[in-house]
Design a binder for this molecule. Structure first.
Ligand SMILES: Cc1cc2nc3c(=O)[nH]c(=O)nc-3n(C[C@H](O)[C@H](O)[C@H](O)COP(=O)(O)OP(=O)(O)OC[C@H]3O[C@@H](n4cnc5c(N)ncnc54)[C@H](O)[C@@H]3O)c2cc1C
Length: 397
């Protein structure tokens, strides 16, 4: 068979590309090495609950076109992400907002909260005066309430975080969680990992600031199935094996172009070296006798001694009241070859290596690299859809 595109990867990027290409009359063969469609947004029904098999996925965007686009494949509910943080026996609302501050310090007004945070930032910078240049520290403290932390140059993530939100929030809500995520002490992590730690001086627990947010009724997998309904699809098929098997056929399939959404370094057989990632391990528990395990979809565990970073209770994404529940504990993990690469590590060394692969990719006339692995980039779902739509428009108008 002659195809216009071989799409490698049936995640969101590959599916959007193939769907739009098919609408333009192009023939696509879509393959995925996993046994299911959807890549990391795959959901599977268990006890009548849509379980997010690769971590909680909440759709949120400020891109109206993308929101309208995704709503063309499923109806979305009104879920608003409002995570809870557990630190020892204390519970706090996230993101950091007046509910969090009120619980932390027993205060009520935004002015009191601001004063607390500023005092803690100032105290921290002053304590470090001796370690950094006297003039720089003095200039920053003289320059007013925010200035103390602004002109201070943090040398690691701990200093960066305390200079942004003060010691209490850092100790109870940032430190342990971040150390688990990265597998290292905050003092050993570079400051750039945390550029901002937004604090909100309103009683608003909505984690995201985008105007559009929700969870698709019936899960994400059906969206991908609909996107691919006019394409040929093969699951459980790895790209290199596919090429070999296809080449061995009497009448091999042919493709004008390939859209590759797997890891870019793997495509080039790691000839310049391997890119690094952080991985995750998911431990799922089906609890048929438990109706409501934790009362919220997302509960973060912010102390380092608890080995997982969060527990997801999937039924709360859908406001279900049915019998039984399913929870997933999420454990951060060092990535080793063979494990699922979840988060790119965009430090200088990896970015430089990626740029070298990207330079190779740019020379390819018949291969388009896309998605989180093809572009070595953490992409939220809305950004993946935007990127795939833009690419398909460039290609096909
Ligand atoms: C834990 C976690 C939570 C997240 N939560 C959110 C959230 O709440 N909101 C949000 O907007 N975004 C979230 N994201 C991001 C979201 O998962 C991505 O935006 C999206 O899945 C990226 O789609 P993709 O097609 O680029 O990649 P993928 O979903 O990874 O798809 C790539 C596909 O290619 C296949 N593949 C790879 N190599 C090969 C090969 N050699 N041969 C054949 N097939 C291959 C893979 O099996 C995979 O199915 C989260 C990500 C993670 C890791």
């Amino acid at each position: 068979m002659k195809y216009d595109y071989l799409v490698v990867g049936c995640g969101l990027y590959g599916a959007v590309f193939a769907c739009e290409a098919a609408k333009k009359g192009k023939k696509c063969l879509c393959i995925d090495k996993r046994e299911h469609l959807g890549g990391n947004i795959y959901t599977q029904e268990e006890l009548g609950i849509q379980v997010h098999k690769y971590g909680a996925h909440i759709f949120h965007t400020s891109d109206k076109e993308v929101w309208d686009y995704i709503n063309g494949f499923a109806e979305f509910n009104h879920y608003i992400n409002s995570p809870i943080a557990v630190y020892k026996d204390e519970l706090y609302n996230l993101p950091f907002n007046m509910n969090t501050f009120s619980k932390l310090w027993g205060i009520r007004t935004p002015a009191e909260a601001k004063a607390q945070i500023e005092a803690q930032k100032r105290e921290f910078v002053e304590a470090l005066k001796g370690l950094q240049s006297q003039e720089a520290a003095e200039a920053s403290i003289e320059s007013g309430s925010h200035g103390a932390a602004e002109s201070f140059i943090p040398s690691n993530l701990e200093e960066q975080a305390i200079s942004l939100v003060g010691r209490d929030i850092y100790t109870k809500l940032v430190k342990g969680y971040t150390e688990k995520q990265w597998g290292r002490d905050c003092k050993e992590l570079p400051a750039f990992i945390i550029k901002r730690l937004p604090v909100r001086f309103t009683y608003d627990n909505n984690y995201f600031t985008d105007p559009y947010q929700g969870i698709p009724k019936g899960g994400y997998t059906q969206i991908i199935e609909k996107m691919l309904e006019n394409c040929q699809v093969l699951t459980g098929v790895e790209y290199r094996d596919f090429l070999q098997q296809n080449a061995g056929k009497d009448q091999p399939d042919t493709f004008c172009k390939t859209v590759y959404t797997g890891p870019i370094d793997e495509y080039y057989e790691y000839r310049l070296g391997a890119l690094q990632y952080r991985s995750l391990r998911f431990e799922e528990e089906v609890l048929p006798q438990e109706d409501n395990f934790q009362g919220n979809a997302v509960v973060n565990y912010t102390e380092r001694e608890v080995p997982y970073t969060r527990i997801i209770e999937h039924k709360h994404f859908e406001f279900l009241q049915n019998k039984g529940t399913v929870i997933t504990r999420e454990y951060p993990a060092d990535w080793q070859p063979g494990m699922e690469p979840y988060y790119p590590i965009n430090d200088e060394a990896n970015n430089t290596l990626y740029e070298q692969y990207e330079a190779l990719a740019k020379k390819e006339e018949d291969v388009i690299f896309g998605g989180r692995l093809g572009q070595y980039k953490y992409y939220d779902m809305d950004k993946v859809i935007r990127a795939a739509l833009d690419t398909v428009r460039q290609e096909l108008g």
